[in-house]
Design a protein around this ligand. Structure first.
Ligand SMILES: N[C@@H](CCC(=O)N[C@@H](CS)C(=O)NCC(=O)O)C(=O)O
Length: 206
């Protein structure tokens, strides 16, 4: 099994943390370059989107970080991370989908403007709007963690925690005002007993 993508990428680190939870050690290829929107030619040859991560497992070539995490957990029959029962599985997937859609859309303006320093996102009004949207989405996560009192999808750690902790790490590290979210902070602390969290999330970059 081979995982392509630089470990500075938030989406590659989701997969690396998942591999750590599964005790998998895929071959690594550090392709991908932050300066290139479409990725390296080798990546394009495997993924028409030109983005990393890409997982190659025998004849299977897979893109989309959340899908790769789900594939690996299912492959290893780790139903603690991705339940087999349809209802429990759907809850985990719904939070992963929310991360990839509403939450991801909210951070773009301020993250691209202040961290990546991309000229298209230099407008302060655009950044302020993004901060408002991102904070509103993070309050949704806070409410969910208050409701479960433990992990994103309920009482147990799942793939939803991996993808949302990486998003939360990006939120914490982006220079802007941060709302006080005690349940989110307690959950990040709860996760710090996991070596995969320490290696690929807490001590990683935004
Ligand atoms: N929806 C995709 C997004 C992948 C993505 O945006 N990857 C970025 C890195 S985080 C990328 O490949 N950027 C171009 C590059 O690194 O060359 C996923 O979740 O895997």
């Amino acid at each position: 099994m081979k995982l392509i993508g630089r470990s500075s990428s938030i989406n590659v680190r989701k997969v690396l943390w998942t591999c750590a939870e599964l005790a998998l050690d895929p071959l690594r290829e550090e392709e991908g370059d932050t300066s290139s929107a479409r990725g390296a030619p080798d990546v394009l040859a495997l993924n028409v989107k030109g983005l990393v991560p890409v997982l190659v497992d025998g004849n299977l070539v897979l893109s989309e970080s959340n899908t790769i995490c789900r594939y690996l957990a299912a492959r290893e029959r780790r139903f603690d991370l991705l339940p087999e029962a349809p209802a429990a599985r759907a809850v985990v997937e719904s939070w992963m989908d929310w991360q990839a859609s509403d939450l991801n859309a909210a951070w773009r303006g301020v993250f691209m403007g202040r961290v990546r320093r991309h000229p298209d996102f230099a407008d302060p009004a655009l950044q302020e709007r993004s901060i408002r949207d991102w904070t509103a989405q993070m309050r949704v996560l806070e409410a969910q963690l208050v409701a479960t009192g433990a992990y994103v999808a309920g009482a147990f750690f799942t793939l939803a925690d991996i993808v949302l902790a990486l998003s939360t790490n990006r939120w914490e590290r982006t220079p802007m005002e941060h709302a006080d979210l005690p349940a989110v902070a307690a959950w990040m602390e709860r996760l710090s007993s996991r070596p995969g969290f320490v290696k690929y999330c807490r001590d990683g970059i935004a």
